[in-house]
Write a protein that binds this ligand. Structure first.
Ligand SMILES: Cc1cc2nc3c(=O)[nH]c(=O)nc-3n(C[C@H](O)[C@H](O)[C@H](O)COP(=O)(O)OP(=O)(O)OC[C@H]3O[C@@H](n4cnc5c(N)ncnc54)[C@H](O)[C@@H]3O)c2cc1C
Ligand code: SF4
Ligand code: SF4
Length: 452
């Protein structure tokens, strides 16, 4: 099939319409909360379909370095769970797929339309060998490493991706055909004839676990993120510190130098009405303290300063973790950072209000600045419900029917939510909510199907 013909197919919107499939529960979002919900329901004997929009499940967790406050390896915990959900006999995965429409016909009866995007790789044949990646001449920034490293136009999402199947990124493909020639399967797994598929699902209940997205640090213009190369955000630093990190070193972007005086600025895009987000993002204090401790291990001679408004170490063992950071020599400065200036050599001048010393304006020089960006809601999912309103709060987080007594049931009966889809939170709380939503789903199905 020539390149032109598959492109024409996409252009003219040829779509494969699949027959209806029936499941007990639809879980939307394959992060740690959705994975937990799917596993708990599958283990209880419910037939589950999990829909994930990216080419692999895993959400944010598999990208992290370690987890506060226990300093466990995040991907070592996430990866077995991802494999478990993939191999579970009661769970089907619809990966690289998006829910387009949900209609409630009655209690325990939802009809759902899911669009499965073409990977342009035949999943039944691809072995994940990576030969196509090696052959492809196009390099673009890799989303997995937040642009710190590159990937090819055909790529396996990351080493421990689930499923480990290549995907072609049409936006960057130059249609040279080298991947197809390099692919060792017979016939080659690269398949440019693929078209989008529409799945029609009939499900009894739904769990929304669509997670969060990061605050866009460019909106805080005085910090010059995206303009000054040595101003990065916390996900960049978590990638630089992760066991699966891109360069096996902490290097600053402008010149590849190992930084020796790093600053953290907390609450970037959180507790800030100027960017319409009055919420505390709950995790930024702790992930910054975690990263600062990991930096002290990786760069023992480096200075690390955290500029904060308040440190919120509210969880189990968090306060001790915070005290430990101080004992390690991490400097904590109470003060809002007003602006950052860049010197010719790429170093940065941080201007801050020194609150504990009379609130005077001070400046300090650093060679790398990390912005501890906040969490914002994924708002799209509220728009897919036809004829029913999924209530969200003023910021856009899914609003439960009762914040205290019923925190995972949404305004639509039979639709539950879990994890950061409901608001900022850490991994353990996301896992707990995944389990809670699974239990509520089971109780709901039992009630509407008359199995009390
Ligand atoms: C820099 C940083 C460091 C962190 N460090 C820690 C730490 O050390 N310890 C800790 O406990 N927590 C940490 N966290 C928080 C942790 O990442 C979250 O608590 C956790 O990822 C929440 O899981 P989740 O499943 O709710 O959401 P996510 O991880 O966001 O997963 C949501 C999933 O849903 C998918 N999705 C979204 N929309 C759709 C859709 N419409 N259809 C289908 N799929 C969809 C997404 O692609 C994603 O896979 C950190 C966060 C950040 C940003
Ligand atoms: S056809 Fe596209 S994906 Fe394949 S090698 Fe060429 S540029 Fe890469
Ligand atoms: S598409 Fe072919 S070359 Fe690429 S990973 Fe799959 S089997 Fe290997």
């Amino acid at each position: 099939m020539s390149v032109k013909s598959w492109y024409e197919r996409k252009y003219y919107g040829e779509i494969e319409d699949l027959p209806e499939e029936e499941y007990d529960v639809l879980v939307i979002g394959g992060g740690i909360a959705g994975i937990q919900a799917a596993l708990d329901l599958g283990d209880m004997g419910f037939k589950v379909v999990l829909v994930e929009k990216e080419p692999s499940i895993g959400g944010f967790m598999y990208k992290l370095s370690k987890t506060f406050p226990t300093m466990d390896c995040a991907s070592c915990i996430a990866t077995p769970r991802m494999a478990q959900v993939f191999h579970h006999p009661m769970i089907d995965l619809l990966i690289y797929s998006e829910v387009e429409e949900i209609e409630k016909k009655g209690e325990g009866d939802f009809r759902v339309k899911v669009l499965e995007k073409p990977r342009f790789v035949d999943s039944s044949r691809c072995t994940g060998c990576g030969q196509c990646e090696l052959a492809c001449p196009v390099i673009v920034p890799h989303e997995y490493d937040w642009g710190l490293a590159g990937r090819k136009a055909v790529y396996i999402p990351f080493d421990t991706a689930v499923p480990r199947i290549a995907v072609v990124d049409l936006d960057h493909c130059i249609y040279c055909g080298q991947c197809e020639r390099a692919c060792p399967t017979e016939p080659p797994s690269i398949d440019f004839t693929q078209v989008p598929k529409i799945h029609h699902l009939k499900v009894g209940a739904i769990i929304i676990a669509t997670g969060f997205h990061l605050f866009d640090a460019r909106l805080k213009e005085n910090y010059h993120f995206g303009e000054y190369p040595n101003v990065i955000h916390a996900m960049h630093m978590d990638r630089l510190l992760a066991p699966t990190r891109p360069y096996h070193a902490i290097l600053r972007p402008s010149d590849g130098k190992e930084p020796n005086n790093i600053a953290y600025i907390l609450c970037v895009g959180s507790r800030d009405k100027t960017v319409n987000n009055p919420n505390c993002s709950q995790i930024c204090c702790m992930y910054s303290i975690k990263q600062a401790q990991l930096i002290m291990g990786a760069l023992p001679l480096a200075d690390v300063t955290i500029y904060y408004i308040d440190i919120r170490a509210f969880g189990k063992a968090f306060e001790e973790f915070y005290q430990q950071a101080k004992d390690m020599g991490i400097m904590l400065v109470k003060g809002r950072v007003a602006k950052i200036e860049q010197k010719e050599n790429g170093d940065l001048i941080v201007w801050y209000e020194d609150i504990e010393n009379g609130g005077k304006l001070c400046k300090a020089e650093h060679d790398l600045v990390v912005l501890s960006v906040g969490l914002l809601p994924n708002k799209e999912i509220a728009n897919v419900f036809k004829g029913q309103k999924l209530e969200v709060d003023d910021v856009g987080w899914i609003k439960p029917v009762d914040e205290n007594a019923n925190p995972v049931e949404t305004s639509i009966r039979g639709v539950f939510a879990a994890g950061t889809a409901l608001g900022p939170k850490d991994i353990p709380d996301s896992v707990i909510e995944g389990g809670a939503a699974a239990m509520q789903c089971a109780a709901y199905l039992s009630e509407v199907r008359g199995r009390h």
